[in-house]
Design a protein around this ligand. Sequence first.
Ligand code: PLP
Length: 395
Amino acid sequence: MIPYARQSISEQDIEAVNQVLRSDFLTQGALIAQFETAVSSYCHAEYAVAVSHGTAALHLACLALDVGVGDRVWTSPNSFVASSNCALYCGAEINFVDIDPKTYNISLNSLKQKLIQAEVDNCLPKVLIPVHFSGQSCDMKEIKELSKHYGFAIIEDAAHALGAEFLSEKVGSCLYSDLTIFSFHPAKMITCGEGGMILTNRPELAHKMELFRSHGVTRNPGLMTEKSHGDWYYQQTLLGFNYRMTDFQAALGLSQLKRLDDFVNKRQNLAQRYNKKLSVLSKLLSLPWQNSDTQSSWHLYIIRLNLKSLTVDRKTVFDHLRQSGIGVHVHYIPIHTQPYYQDLGFKQGDFPESESYYNEAITLPLFVDLEEEQVDFITQTVEKLLLKFSKQGDI
Ligand SMILES: *Cc1c(COP(=O)(O)O)cnc(C)c1O
């Protein structure tokens, strides 16, 4: 089976990890700071805080902004559950904004309408979490303008978008946000096995997240409430977590980062090949639409079926592709339709664009070491299937 995603590990990556394993420090050594500096320089942000997971990064980003009981956080339903769970970890109330039918990112029209209504009802959000779905940035300039007018903070969920650009600046620059988070899960742009990072240009947020990452404990005399008792001394000043990354994870991330631009190029070329080969099926499916202000990192390549022109549903097409050895996937089940979220009061029908997108979407395999011949096999299989299932006269 051709997987939908797969990490690319080189001999250099393996050697980088081996070196740490032979060294004195497996965790809290020098590699974490090096990795943080490398990512923040790459993205042109001032500060970076490495953590154990992208999910931990979202949690700490919320905590840095003092998200708590009585606060409201908004995101879009077309994401992984972590994008909204982070607000619930903090005791805040979560709500969603429907997606744009072309980019599958948060819809700016829906966002504007919801903000106008929320202002009337006195229930504006404290934080908005735009998700750069599939690696294409949201329109951050517009979102930043809205944040100034309505007074909310912004956390970019860029788990898909390391290496992507918005208006010729790297996603992660935080030019249009307070914080940006990345994930280093093996399916994402670069991997540490597991890992995450938060970028920001606001020093006070970075320092708070460093505390939260490690139990809320400090060894910095400047942050203590009384004189040090001695060399062993530390103080806990807030209730933190153990969200630390290990040094061998950081070594892997640092080594992978060197190939990030190459990874993005390869993904871009494969996506173009998909686009070219699938363009003959334009009546039967939509190809990934790209906003000219953005350069996608191409984390995911998604086709959207035109079910009106087909005699079968998405599941039938999906199952046939799996039977042909193509490890297709679906991103995402709208978060608000998950049982846990239905128990919070959300229902089917609340965010119709996310739901109709969900019924039509298929993620085709896309990863750095996917071969052009495999893309050709996949596109030929998709073409044969869709022609077989197309309604007469609709080709
Ligand atoms: C992967 C992912 C996360 C969570 O990252 P982990 O490193 O797996 O914890 C958050 N948001 C989105 C959009 C993701 O795809």
